[in-house]
Design a protein around this ligand. Structure first.
Ligand SMILES: *Cc1c(COP(=O)(O)O)cnc(C)c1O
Length: 398
């Protein structure tokens, strides 16, 4: 049986180019870039080239890129940096949204315990926040606005340029968790008024455990890891050179092929959305128009999320409900609750996230598999029986 991997929002397969770019840095060019000898300096040069290549992909300068262990660390460092700078000026208010990744939400929760005030904006029914909402929430003591570029569960893409403009006008730092967007959507930090941006290599066919934080020149970073003077003293620890080389190669490749890949993914995404919409009492989560090219997310009434996933896995379809971080817990997704789905519906959610290798034939196979699975589960669901007999009312209207 063939396997169709449709969980690219959780992680992606490493590209061949990225893997090949990494290999020499394990065995040939293995010096420590902080060493003064030739092998060390060769590594340092490679590191700088990677920094330049990555910066070029988002319209930044090399010195504005700090390498981290991934998206979570970049989010932590961005938010903590802005908080520490704010606190020095007695500005201890932060604005974010209810649908952020936990790397953002839990960092904010920690700062709240330290005495920061946090405003979490409610989202529109499509999962987005508007620049007007951000503008209305800014106070004289606001030190940071952090709004994700694109949501990892429902794929909604925010109006980042406009939100950035509001922040710039109010002279408030603007950070965006762009982990789902980098390598998938065109990004220019200058044109989009972004002061800080987080990215993670394993979401764009690079290796796991590496990422970067872009911080505009002049933005003061605070260490979350103390030690040596690597990364201009802002992130200690010997650089993971092989992974960084893989990340740079993966991002260059993703950016070079973005148009072509996006077109392929949108065709597959739209086929999936059309096919799954035919299922009775189903609803698409997230925006129809402002959506990541590879993201599909549905709720099906009368179904438990986890059981769909296991049955789909048996049919060779790898999908997810909510995010990888929350599956395993029985709580429904905070994102689905935030867009107004009731608990029982939020439990019956399915996220399919495709990359450019998933074909239209694969999409047809997935549609069939999901239709069969939903029907099978509903046939044995007491909740479904109550719904169709009229004992309970449907939440999803067709
Ligand atoms: C995956 C993800 C992260 C975490 O990145 P890691 O590199 O896995 O730490 C943060 N934010 C979003 C939106 C993500 O999708």
């Amino acid at each position: 049986m063939k396997t169709i991997y449709a969980d690219n929002a959780a992680t992606t397969k490493m590209s061949k180019t990225a893997l090949e770019a990494m290999m020499p840095y394990f065995t040939e060019i293995y010096g420590n870039p902080s060493s003064l000898h030739t092998p060390g300096q060769e590594a340092a040069e490679a590191l700088w080239q990677a920094r330049e290549d990555i910066a070029a992909c988002i319209g930044a300068e090399a010195r504005e890129i700090t390498f981290t262990s991934g998206g979570s660390e970049a989010d932590n460092q961005a938010i903590i940096s802005a908080a520490r700078s704010g606190a020095r000026k007695n500005k201890k208010h932060i604005i974010s949204t209810a649908v952020e990744h936990h790397a953002v939400l839990h960092t904010l929760r920690r700062l709240e315990k330290e005495g920061f005030a946090v405003t979490l904006l409610d989202v529109q029914p499509d999962g987005s926040v508007t620049p007007e909402q951000v503008k209305a929430a800014i106070r004289p003591d606001t030190c940071l606005v952090t709004v994700m570029f694109a949501n990892n569960e429902i794929g909604t893409v925010n109006p980042i340029r406009e939100i950035g403009a509001v922040c710039r006008e109010a002279k408030v730092l603007f950070h965006t968790d762009a982990v789902q967007a980098v390598g998938h959507l065109p990004i220019n930090v200058g044109e989009m008024n972004i002061d800080m941006l987080s990215a993670s290599a394993h979401k764009f066919h690079g290796p796991k455990g590496t990422g970067f934080l872009y911080a505009k020149r002049g933005v003061v970073l605070t260490n979350v890891i103390d030690g040596g003077a690597q990364e201009r003293g802002k992130r200690a620890g010997t650089e993971n050179i092989p992974a960084i080389m893989g990340m740079a190669a993966a991002l260059k490749e993703a950016c070079a092929n973005m148009e072509e890949n996006t077109a392929k993914m949108i065709a597959v995404r739209d086929r999936l959305i059309a096919g799954l919409s035919e299922i009775p009492k189903s609803v698409l989560n997230g925006s129809r128009d402002h959506r990541l090219p590879g993201n599909v997310n549905f709720c099906f009434e009368g179904i438990e999320g986890e059981s769909i996933l296991l049955l789909l896995d048996d049919k060779g379809v790898c999908a997810s409900s909510g995010s990888a971080c929350t599956s395993g817990s029985l709580d429904p997704s905070h994102v689905l609750l935030a867009i107004g789905r009731p608990h029982e519906i939020a439990h019956g959610s399915l996220r399919l996230s495709v990359d450019e290798s998933v074909t239209l034939e694969d999409a047809d196979y997935i549609i069939n598999a999901v239709k069969q699975t939903v029907e099978y589960l509903r046939n044995m669901s007491p909740v479904w029986r109550d719904l169709i007999s009229g004992k309970k009312e449907f939440t999803i209207k067709d």
